[in-house]
Design a protein around this ligand. Structure first.
Ligand code: DLL
Length: 427
């Protein structure tokens, strides 16, 4: 464990720490952020009404639109001369969401990423091949800072230029690689297409996140790159990568949320009521220690459940993998659809890569879905047979008839950090 005294803190002491931090936080945001002061005043809530995490439900949610409405710095709780870093996430619509960090925030960022790396199998002295995008996206620089703190050598490759990544993975001999799961699949497929045996690589661990992924993808990456692959989760509004991380020896049982800094709740998508542990709903975070951009009850829109795991190594709560986003749930001719359902079908077909998106439109007043999906390099030439098989399997397992458009590798546009926008809704 990177920080055993915190990662193994008995639950009652963890709760006491959270309560203390929450009380300080609420007083600080009330005093320094007019948005929160108005929110409290409007419903007659006073900071003294919040004494513990059990009172959190009294506080209204913060949403992405609140950050946009106060673009760029309107929710910052510190003067600009105390801000040492600014990141932004490119929304699909409108202005980006801008986030800032003080010196202390950057220290917390490094700490939670260092913990996450250690939890994933990384150790001081190892080398990290960091293929998350560097820039306004938090992935590249976030992983970089944590790896430096842990005492690793960082290879700051950033995203893209797959050929060069293959060379670096072979020649620089990193033990750890981090990137999006879909890019890890791309790398595995590119090695296979070149006939390079990945047993000769030094990489042993892969830390994958920034987009939803499945057990099928884990299997493909673990066999393709010969690594142990774990999940890292995070979002820029809360800090970036390192909000939660899966333990390399507890793969498949959820990711530890670093609860001393980020207090989680899961709420009902419609009523907003806090749900019991184990029930699936919308994940909500309160940043207990953030200075520049402290956030109360941020609705991530990510769908998952949280629960304590009595058999786990650490005391912190675990979150399940993300099923989808509540704003990504499509209703197609009355049927609820998460894009991950289509992904599962795509993953079963060897000729198709993990790079796909759904284009939703209206044709003659009927909802229509076109699945655009990239072929793996060197896929069979009988494209019409592949398309027909995919169409048939989707209809069978999901019950919706979709059009299929097969694409050559790397032709679907990527956004920030190499992420693919899975849904383009033109309705
Ligand atoms: O994606 C931070 C990050 C960088 C996480 C590198 C992990 C690794 P944003 O660009 O603000 O931040 O996007 C946050 O991405 O609300 C989720 O919908 C999704 N997401 C992030 N990690 C995961 C994951 C970064 N492990 C949004 N599984 C979040 C599923 C994820 N979805």
């Amino acid at each position: 464990m990177y920080n055993p005294s915190i990662e193994n803190l008995p639950l009652d002491q963890l709760r006491a720490l959270q309560n203390k931090r929450l009380v300080t936080l609420v007083n600080r945001v009330y005093k320094n952020v007019p948005f929160y002061q108005n929110q409290f005043d409007n419903i007659g809530l006073h900071p003294s009404d919040i004494q513990s995490v059990d009172d959190l439900h009294k506080i209204p949610f913060t949403q992405k639109s609140d950050l946009r409405d106060h673009y760029p710095y309107g929710l910052f709780a510190k003067p600009m001369d105390k801000i040492l870093r600014i990141h932004a996430s490119s929304g699909t619509t409108g202005k980006p969401t801008v986030v800032g960090y003080t010196k202390n925030d950057l220290d917390v960022f490094d700490e939670v990423v260092a913990r996450s790396l250690y939890c994933a199998g990384a150790r001081p002295g190892m080398k990290l091949h960091n293929a998350y995008g560097y820039g306004l996206f938090t992935g590249g620089l976030g992983m970089h800072g944590g790896a430096t703190k842990l005492g690793m050598a960082v290879i700051p490759v950033s995203g893209g230029m797959t050929e060069r990544q293959l060379t670096i993975l072979q020649d620089f001999r990193p033990e750890v690689i981090c990137c999006t799961p879909s890019y890890a699949q791309t790398l595995a497929q590119a090695f296979a297409a070149k006939g390079i045996d990945t047993a000769d690589l030094s990489a042993r661990y892969a830390i994958l996140g920034a987009e939803p992924w499945t057990e099928a993808i884990r299997k493909e990456v673990e066999t393709g790159l010969r690594v142990k692959a774990t999940n890292i989760y995070g979002l820029s509004e809360i800090i970036g990568p390192g909000v939660s991380q899966e333990d390399v020896d507890e793969r498949g049982s959820g990711s530890y949320i670093w609860e001393d800094h980020f207090y989680p709740e899961v709420v009902d998508k419609d009523s907003g009521k806090v749900l019991p542990y184990g029930e699936e709903g919308v994940l909500v975070f309160t940043t207990l220690t953030k200075e520049a951009l402290p956030i109360l009850r941020y609705r991530t829109n990510d769908i998952c459940s949280i629960n304590y795991d009595a058999n786990a190594r650490r005391t912190h709560i675990k979150m399940s993998s993300i099923k989808g986003r509540s704003d990504d749930m499509l209703i197609i001719r009355g049927v609820n659809l998460f894009y991950t359902q289509v992904e599962e079908v795509i993953n079963d077909l060897a000729s198709l890569s993990a790079n796909y998106r759904l284009i939703v439109d209206k044709k003659r007043s009927m909802d229509s879905v076109t699945v655009e999906v990239e072929l793996v390099p060197g896929a069979s030439v009988d494209h019409s047979a592949i398309a027909a098989e995919l169409k048939h399997k989707i209809k069978n397992s999901i019950g919706i008839s979709m059009d299929i458009e097969l694409k050559e590798p790397m032709t679907i546009p990527r956004s920030q950090g190499g992420k693919l926008s899975r849904i383009v809704d033109l309705r």
